[in-house]
Design a protein around this ligand. Structure first.
Ligand code: IPM
Ligand code: MG
Length: 360
């Protein structure tokens, strides 16, 4: 089959890791008789430098015309980069928010699990980490505080900033359905996270989630307050299967969950709409401090490419081949510097890409 993929190399380590993921996808294509058609677009700082804005309408049109988007990372050092002297709507991150909205990517899937081979990197006490964990955060991505009306006004001689948090029933229902559907393919448990003891939006969230849950009697549902969830993630992460939550809570909890694995360079993510279309990107950022040194870990991006094959193209065998290659490369003792430990073989970003291709 022909796979039309728009790539967003982006900023920082983005271009290095995306080129490794392309290499691995080409290896998959060769083995299974597919054709990869890659088209690059600019987003973030790279687009600001070239076009004066973080994402152009032409770039969005190119992405829309593709079957899926594979992204590296965007943004730079927020204290030193000139991009952060621009007004907020002109900064790199605005490009990411714009593409999420423009492509209606309301469902953000962020898996966080402990690799047996990397369990030493887990910052939790051994008595907790030895149980292992494998969770998926299903974050609502196009509503809530991120897209509510915001303004800063002057009132009574001082500035006052206002951000609004709204959710409609339909916005909650569609993400809840995605959460329950995916739970069905996993361990059949949904933990819906909210702040229903304080927020109206959370009380509506809980009501709609319970309505959706009624259609999935085979899936266990529980509700958890977000502050408790932040605690439980370090206390007993093994209890979680699918965590279903709104945009801002999901932003924060997904960073916490990825840190708890100790290997953020290994975690992929997918942002999906109601069709097969999706945007796939690593869970980590653009790491401007190590950009251009060929030492970044490309595995999170490579695994995001595997998610893309699975969710957007239904190519399960091909996705398995990539995931198998990642496990094998770890078993064989190869590590980029971020996951390196004594006795392992330290490799560069591009060497890791080559090793993965061989194993595909
Ligand atoms: C993420 C990032 C973005 C977000 C930023 C860069 C706008 O933190 O993808 O989690 O907050 O959604
Ligand atoms: Mg974030």
């Amino acid at each position: 089959m022909v796979l039309n993929i728009t790539c967003i190399p982006g900023d920082g380590i983005g271009p290095e890791i995306v080129s490794q993921a392309k290499k691995v996808l080409e290896a998959v294509a060769k083995k299974y008789g597919h054709e990869m058609k890659f088209t690059d677009i600019l987003m973030g700082g790279a687009s600001i430098d070239a076009c004066g804005e973080p994402l152009t309408d032409e770039a969005i049109a190119t992405a829309k015309a593709a079957d899926a988007v594979l992204m590296g990372s965007i943004g730079g050092n927020t204290s030193t980069s000139p991009w952060y002297k621009l007004p907020p709507e002109k900064r790199p991150e605005a490009g990411l928010l714009k593409i999420r909205k423009a492509l209606n990517l309301f469902a953000n899937l962020r898996p966080a699990y402990l690799y047996e081979e990397l369990s030493a990197a887990c910052p939790l006490k051994e008595e907790i980490s030895k149980a292992g964990f494998d969770m998926l955060i299903m974050r609502e991505l196009t509503g809530g505080l991120y897209f509510g009306e915001r303004k800063t006004i002057e009132e009574g001689g001082e500035l006052k900033a206002i951000d609004t948090l709204t959710y409609s029933e339909s916005e909650i229902r569609r993400i809840a359905i995605k959460g329950f559907e995916i739970a069905r393919k996993r361990r059949k448990k949904v933990t819906s996270v909210d702040k229903a003891n304080v927020l109206d939006s959370s009380r509506l969230w809980r009501k709609v989630v319970n309505e959706v849950a009624a259609d999935y009697p085979d899936v266990t549902v529980e509700h958890m307050l977000v502050d408790n969830c932040a605690m439980q993630l370090v206390k007993d992460p093994a209890q979680f299967d699918v965590i279903l939550t709104e945009n801002m809570f999901g932003d924060i909890l997904s960073d916490e969950a990825s840190m708890v694995t100790g290997s953020i360079g290994m975690l992929s993510s997918a942002s999906l709409n109601d069709t097969k279309f999706g945007l796939y990107e690593p869970s980590h950022g653009s790491a401007p401090d190590i950009a251009g040194q060929n030492i970044a870990n490309p595995i999170a991006t490579v695994l995001s490419a595997a998610m893309m094959l699975r969710y957007s193209f239904d190519l399960d065998k091909e996705a398995d081949a990539i995931e198998g290659a990642v496990r094998q490369v770890l078993k064989d003792g190869y590590r980029t510097v971020d996951i390196y430990s004594e006795g392992m073989k330290k490799v560069s970003c591009s060497e890791m890409g080559d090793l993965l291709c061989e194993r595909v």
